[in-house]
Ligand binder design. Sequence first.
Ligand SMILES: Nc1nc2c(ncn2[C@@H]2O[C@H](COP(=O)(O)OP(=O)(O)O)[C@@H](O)[C@H]2O)c(=O)[nH]1
Ligand SMILES: [Mg+2]
Length: 450
Amino acid sequence: MFESITNSLEAVLGKFRGKGRLTEGNIKDGLHEVRLALLEADVNYKVVKNFIKQVTERSVGEEVIKSVAPGQQVVKIVHDELIKLMGESDTSIPFKEGGQTVVMLVGLQGSGKTTTAGKLARLMLSKGKKPLLAAADIQRPAAVEQLKTLGRQLDIQVYFEKDLPPTKICSEAIKYAKENGHDVVILDTAGRLHIDNELMLELREIKDTLTPDQIYFVCDAMTGQDAVNSAREFDEQLGFDGVILSKLDGDTRGGAALSIRAVTGKPIKFVGIGEKLDRLEEFHPDRMASRILGMGDVVSLVERAQQAIDFEEAQNLSRKIQSDTLSLEDFLMQLQQIKKMGPIKEIMGMIPGLGNKMDGLNFDEKQLEKVEAIIKSMTIQERLIPDMINGSRRQRVAKGSGTTVQDVNQLLKQFKSMKKLMKHFKGNEKGLKKKGMFPGGMPFGKGMIR
Ligand SMILES: Nc1nc2c(ncn2[C@@H]2O[C@H](COP(=O)(O)OP(=O)(O)O)[C@@H](O)[C@H]2O)c(=O)[nH]1
Ligand SMILES: [Mg+2]
């Protein structure tokens, strides 16, 4: 999902992240590239124009927060504006108290209406509803059979009557629902390859006769701007309450997801992410923005870091690393700051590129506590000059921290190799800074946060 837009935005924003200082000039250059990336993703050009304007205003105007690198801040602004673009999350289906809630699905042929009808019915079933599906697409002979097959899979009834016009099928279905205790009726209507008068007349007749409670426009995310244009047409000619974006699993560019709300003013309620009936998800703009930026959840990470990490202290540390005077005391402080950010596993999961590789890995929080206990059992002098911790001192520290001498040995060894690693980076300070998640490239142990 979104591979291509993610790759291009990642490249552009990566350049921002490397920058120590932002000027109006380099913000403009960078955002020019963001603009190209969005256009390439088939985002509506008016939407792009407005988007860049918003981001520029905020980036140039925003006061630089002390504890976050300026480049990170731009990423956060782009992220926030992406969310705004997709609007407030609105995934509710307003069900009527008593009586039948009628949901009508409309859209072009092949956009995914029938599949979505099945998915919605399944979802409603899981919410304790008793849905009825109505097969009102008599345009394609196979369409009724397709819906019936889905109904059988779900054990949900499908209403159809031969030789009746679509409006009549729908009204009969609602009548049947009333008589048989169905509280929701989902109307699966016909589409055409293109919008034409005949289709609109048919849909308007159903709408005017039955006044459905909700009309959802189903469109194929993979068709990008075409989907957005047909959404606009349907909204103007028929009107609808929300969008269901199907085939997002095959969408590498994200253009429809990003523009449809801004163009129609209607929320995306659900997204289809596969052919199977359980592949329907609620649409959450914030999660979508993170996915599009391909950053795990770098934004929450920055937010947490803002809260937990003291910038002055971080700079101080960075200086110490560079002058090779990092002590176990500093290390302890780092550990405590990381702990403030939350459970390690959660933090790791937010790191771009690491997130999904974390499944199955078992992070032992206790290990961190052990390390903390060991360092706390050392005297200040020992923390500052670890080399002085000889055999008997190791025994004392182990006893004091409730660990073993092996544990103490291991920590001291790890600390030593970590320092060696940093010394190696010292000659290549730029590299370290670039790798660093935080100002000054503060490393968290052995390549833990990069
Ligand atoms: N990959 C994928 N395929 C989908 C999704 N939704 C629908 N499809 C496929 O798109 C094709 C057209 O769907 P259909 O429901 O018949 O569209 P309709 O003509 O609007 O009723 C079918 O082959 C579906 O399996 C989705 O979310 N992901
Ligand atoms: Mg269909």
